[in-house]
Write a protein that binds this ligand. Structure first.
Ligand code: TYM
Length: 326
């Protein structure tokens, strides 16, 4: 891929950013900053596909913005903005909705699982079209996400191809970019489920703003394996998940980590894992609190980020309007 290809990604402010979001997505964003034209979005329009408290949502949007910066995104290198500030997202979503088949939306697994827990609104059903819009508006080549978003990337590619075939080659074909370790970090209490910021059980996830005591307590109570093994051979075992978190954060090889800790047992491994997690979280939290002290600075950055984003999205949207006959 050429230098300065566009990379787009975002997180939905429907809870507090978790270690799963960090390992699966945000860590990659920061690593890619020097090599890509990165566009990072707080996707608040996605958040309202399930019921939100408006006051809390607005707070979380700014918390996410500050956390993106605290994790290492910088406005000099990347475009960082808030989705609802750019009306082009709604406009393109309508056009793409008119190309999307009811049947293909019905196959989306996230709708099936989310509609069991939330009201089945049309917005929740068509949410992947909004995500396709986010990506296609910016002529994105690469989308760093966790495994749970792969199906949405596939529908995005289908829509891009359908649009290009019907109206001429307008959209760039995007590809998903998954981390080698940690594309799906699992729930600490139920390793059969992904770690989820919207989970009702706070012990099931670690947030980027958890205190050292909270991290220690959650890791010490995290499910491991009843046989005391490290290499269980089962993808969905609790200990596998903890080893994944360790490897992802340290960059160390899996078999090296297992060989190192197997003779010492879970307690030593968990203590070491807490140290590794805190070595990432504590500096992020210090920078986060620093950014949160100056709200007008965050607003200024978000305004500039949105102007930059809209400069790019307008070019695509104008081509789309022309192509469809508006
Ligand atoms: P969201 O907010 O659920 O998650 C944000 C990012 O974190 C990844 N992720 C995980 N990775 C590993 N393990 C986990 N347990 C885990 N949980 C979440 C997600 O895969 C995602 O990359 N629809 C998206 C947000 C979105 C988006 C986009 C992403 C909207 N438009 C355009 C990319 C491009 C979502 O709800 O992610």
């Amino acid at each position: 891929m050429s230098l300065q290809s566009t990379l787009f990604s975002g997180c939905s402010p429907s809870g507090t950013l978790t270690l799963g979001n960090y390992i699966g997505a945000v860590k990659q964003w920061v690593q890619c900053q020097d090599d890509y034209d990165g566009i990072y979005c707080v996707v608040d329009m996605h958040a309202i596909t399930v019921k939100q408290d408006p006051y809390l949502l607005r707070q979380r949007v700014w918390d996410f913005y500050a956390l993106y910066l605290a994790c290492g995104l910088t406005p000099d290198k990347s475009t960082i903005f808030i989705q609802s500030h750019n009306p082009h997202h709604s406009e393109l979503t309508w056009v793409l909705s008119c190309l999307t088949m009811f049947g293909e939306m019905s196959r989306m697994t996230q709708f099936k699982s989310k509609s069991r827990k939330h009201e089945s609104t049309v917005g929740l059903f068509t949410y992947p079209i909004l995500m396709a819009t986010d990506i296609l508006l910016y002529q994105t080549s690469l989308v760093p996400v966790g495994k749970d978003q792969v199906q949405h990337l596939e529908i995005t590619r289908d829509l891009a191809e359908r649009f290009n075939n019907r109206y001429g080659s307008i959209f760039t074909m995007p590809e998903a970019y998954l981390p080698t370790e940690g594309a799906k970090v699992m729930d600490l209490q139920d390793p059969g489920k992904k770690m989820d910021k919207s989970s009702p059980n706070p012990k099931s996830y670690i947030t980027l703003l958890d205190t050292p005591d909270e991290v220690r307590a959650k890791i010490s109570k995290a499910i491991t394996d009843s046989q005391g093994r490290f290499d269980t051979g089962e993808e969905l075992s609790g200990i596998n998940n903890l080893v994944t978190i360790y490897c992802s954060l340290t960059g160390e090889d899996r078999s090296f980590v297992i060989n190192q800790f197997e003779p010492q047992g879970y307690k030593v491994f968990k203590d070491s894992l807490v140290d590794v997690i805190l070595a990432h979280l504590v500096p992020i939290q210090e920078r986060y609190h620093h950014y949160k002290e100056d709200h007008s600075y965050l607003e200024q950055l978000a305004k500039e980020g949105c102007e930059k984003a809209m400069g790019k999205s307008k070019v695509t949207l104008d081509k789309v309007k022309e192509a469809v006959g508006f």
